[in-house]
Design a protein around this ligand. Sequence first.
Ligand SMILES: [Zn+2]
Length: 330
Amino acid sequence: MTASKVFPLRIGRTKVPYGQFYGGLGDFSIAEFAEDKDHFIRVPIHAFLIEHAERGPVLVDTGIGPEQAGEHARYYRGSIMEYLMDDDEYELPAGERMEAQLARHGYRPADVQDVVITHFHEDHIGALNLFPHAQVHLGRAEYEARNTKALGLIPLAYPRSIEAVRHWRPVDFTDPGIGGFDGSADLFGDGSLVLLPTPGHSPGSTSVLVRMDGYDVLLPGDAMYTIQHLALDQVRQMQTADAGLFADSIRRIQWLHRALPNLVVLTSHDHTRYGEHLRAAMAGGGLSEADLAWAKAWERDTFDPVYNLNPAKLPRFVPAADGGPVGQVA
Ligand SMILES: [Zn+2]
């Protein structure tokens, strides 16, 4: 069976250091992450709504919530996040809240019985408290690491952001492998939503392969920040958990991308032309043949057959014209 529709949901945006996205080959460190206040970029935050014939609306990630965005210091008080992150880390216009985005598709949070979370970072679980009734599916390694401390201080899963969840459903990857993956988890047993282990960005980061009619959509969360991060040796994000596992996961995604000729990749924060085009194209819940062809042509123009990046597309930081700290990526 295939999933019937996939809708990207824009849930605000976040301000991140350029090095967090693109400094991984220069060993951009957590100290630079905290101290660099001159090279920010703003990137969108996305969750994904999948319509499944039998399960109804299924969410992949939940984005941020209004308290994280509007009361940042209060939300993170008592945690190092209050100091490590700027007060304007998140922006969430009312019309982009999860409730508003679901309403656009005719749903209330109570209608969502299944939520998959790719990983426990705050910009993916901030609206989880809207879904206390739902089953929350995630990789077992991520679930088991939920209380482990990053920087020796804060648990991987910020307690306030997950306190409402009642039905954790850790998954094991015991179904057959696909592409470069040794195993998978067929979420509903019908082949429509296939979870794949892509650890490294966090201990148990999980990607979701959505099988559509005639094409496939991979939702890697932050296993890679943009489509260009497929070029592992030219474009690499800051390493946040395990650099070896991170690189291994990207290689497996490359293999999957090669094995499924009609696969497109929609990361959570893709601010490139590819991400923008695909999300606009999927506003109706699917991809036309023309848009699929556009995506494949963009990929061919961007990567060689072994995923080296076209040098003309190498990202670089462009400072703001007004001299402010928030620039852009060219
Ligand atoms: Zn993220």
